[in-house]
Design a protein around this ligand. Structure first.
Ligand code: ADP
Length: 169
């Protein structure tokens, strides 16, 4: 159904040797907790220096940096919505995160891109709804674009993995 272009990986996104990993960042792009903190720790201080020059990022938008000490060549930083009950445009903002990250990947010719489950941690987006949006947006984009060839949904825990498996089924 996805032509084998979508994969699930359960583990730490900072370990993946892909063209780009996506960071679920905050508006400052200056690091934080969760996956953002893990990416900055693994990439080293050069990533923070590069991010300082970007001047932050709006919700739903995305910005590219190098991967520095990560096995991934690049990091695509995006800012997901904070869950406020579902009537504050959260679904559209989350969908825009996936679309804007994929657009950068396509423009740069990235073959492989790995996403964390954006907004499902500290930002409290309900897991099943967030993974359904992620799968829909990635499928739609891949149907219309040859690049990236491969997208990995990275699950930090078994519940997230189950949510992706259900959304992909
Ligand atoms: P947000 O602020 O967008 O909610 P979080 O980092 O708090 O971002 O959580 C987003 C998702 O990333 C959660 O599912 C969390 O479990 C997961 N996560 C945290 N650390 C890692 C990591 N090292 N690799 C992959 N996913 C991670």
């Amino acid at each position: 159904m996805n032509g084998g272009r979508i994969e699930i990986f359960e583990g730490d996104i900072t370990k993946l040797a892909v063209d780009a990993i996506v960071n679920a960042a905050n508006r400052t792009l200056l690091g934080g907790g969760g996956v953002d903190g893990a990416i900055h720790r693994a990439a080293g201080k050069e990533l923070l220096e590069e991010c300082r020059a970007l001047g932050g990022c709006r919700d739903g938008e995305a910005k590219l940096t190098r991967g520095w000490r990560l096995p991934a060549k690049y990091v695509i930083h995006t800012v997901g919505p904070v869950w406020r009950g579902g009537n504050a445009g959260e679904a559209e903002t989350l969908a825009a995160c996936y679309r804007n990250c994929l657009a950068i990947a396509a423009k740069r010719g990235f073959e492989s891109v790995a996403f964390p489950a954006i907004s499902t941690g500290v930002y409290r987006y309900p897991r099943e709804e967030a993974t359904a949006i992620a799968v829909r947006e990635v499928r739609d984009f891949l149907a219309a674009n040859a690049v990236p060839a491969r997208v990995v949904f990275v699950c930090f825990d078994a519940r997230t993995r189950a949510a992706y498996e259900a959304a992909l089924a």
